[in-house]
Structure formats: C-alpha cells, structure tokens
Design a protein around this ligand. Structure first.
Ligand code: AMP
Length: 216
C-alpha cells in the first residue's frame, strides 16, 4: 500500500505516519526528517537547504524529486510506503506520478488532514522531540508518560525545531496555502483524495484514517 499524508505544518502528518508505519509495516518517508538529517550531518545537500528551511520556504523541486526517487528505489520501499511532507508542489506530484508509473506502482490513497490555521500555530509552538530517537511529543497533547524521560528510548534530552518559531511558522503556512494546497484538487480529480478531521485527537484521527483505508 502506498499512501500520501497531506496537510499543513502541524496537522499531525508525522504523528499519523508513525502510527501507520507501526500498524501496517509500511516505510515512513518524511522529507523534512531526511533534510534535517542532511543538515545535521553537514553534507552538501544539508548546506544547500539549511537557510531555505530556516526561512520557512520550500527547497527546489528538482532537489526534492531526486531525493525521493533515490529513496523509493531502495528495496525496503517495495513493501509499501507513506509519504509525509512530499509532494508539496504540483511539479513534485507530477514527478511522483511518473516515478510510480515507471515502477508499475500506484497510489492507494491521499489522506488530507484538515486543520484550521489558528489551531496549527498552537500545535506547532508546543511540540518537541527526543534528541536521541526523534520520538515526538507536545506540551499539551502528548507528554511523556514519565516527565522528562522519553517513552521510546529513555533519553532525557529533548529538542525543539528551529523552524517551529512563530515568525517562521507564518512563512511555512503561507508556503502551504500557496504551493501545496493546489494538490488537493489535483488528487481529488484523480479520485484518490480522502479527507479526515485533523482537529480531532490523535486516536480519533487514527480511527478515521483506518476507516478510510478499509474502504480504499
Ligand atoms: P516538514 O518537516 O515536512 O515540515 O519540512 C520542514 C522543511 O523542509 C519545510 O519547511 C521545507 O523547507 C523543507 N521541505 C520538506 N519537504 C519538502 C518538499 N517536499 N519540498 C520542498 N521543501 C520541503
């Protein structure tokens, strides 16, 4: 099964992709995570994208298309994948269609997580993750079971994303509405778009996604 999770920053794509990955044994392809790893490693790619990410803008299409093409070609993706953060432009969506067609693969669904802009700012400003394993948390919605200790790996260090600062979030939302939202009619026209209420709690959204997939 090959899926896309679509929605603005803070809609819960990463959280739901992680849950889907665990439940269905799919590979999670988060382009944001890939780029952050590149920045942390100091690679050429990382140096190129660092300032773009810090400003809240989008990395050029060709860079992203090459990154995903290489990743999808790896053997673990044959069991199915969840794209989280890609595609983000019509050009990327068209390139993905061509990549999948060349491999004889299809998209089983594009799941939109629909959330109001006002809620996104609050969601984003409260989120943080484990510095060691990357598990995601939130000041209000998903605290570690034991305060200050990661549920997944027991580490005690946490980090907040640089681009989760309020001034950058505004640019990221603007990029979403201008460049990514046109993908909603793009996938609707292809009959693969399913919308769930991303304003609901994590478990409720998870249930809605399972319902949608049962009918896919
Ligand atoms: P995310 O973790 O998905 O919010 O992505 C963080 C940042 O990485 C974005 O604000 C962009 O600068 C960059 N990025 C991630 N995925 C893409 C993509 N598919 N196209 C362009 N830029 C991307």
């Amino acid at each position: 099964m090959n899926l896309i999770l679509l929605g603005p920053p803070g809609a819960g794509k990463g959280t739901q992709a992680q849950l889907l990955k665990d439940r269905r044994g799919l590979v999670q392809l988060s382009t944001g995570d890939m780029l952050r790893a590149a920045v942390a490693s100091g690679s050429e790619l990382g140096k190129t994208v660092k300032s773009i990410m810090a400003s809240g803008g989008l990395v050029p299409d060709e860079t992203m298309i090459n990154l995903i093409a290489d990743r999808i070609a790896q053997p673990d993706c044959a069991k199915g994948f969840i794209l989280d953060g890609f595609p983000r432009t019509t050009r990327q969506a068209e390139a993905l269609d061509a990549m999948l067609a060349a491999k004889g693969l299809k998209l089983d669904g594009v799941i939109e997580l629909k959330v109001d802009d006002a809620a996104l700012v609050e969601r984003i400003s409260g989120r943080y993750s484990c510095a060691k394993c990357g598990a995601g948390y939130h000041d209000s919605y998903k605290k570690p079971k034991k305060a200050g200790i990661c549920d997944s790996c027991g580490a005690e260090q946490f980090t907040r994303r640089e681009d989760d600062k309020a001034e950058v979030v505004a640019s990221r939302l603007e990029a979403y509405h201008r460049q990514t939202a046109p993908l909603l009619p793009y996938y609707k026209a292809r009959g693969v778009l399913r919308t769930v209420d991303g304003m609901a709690g994590i478990d409720e959204v998870q249930g809605q996604i399972e319902k949608v997939l049962a009918g896919a």
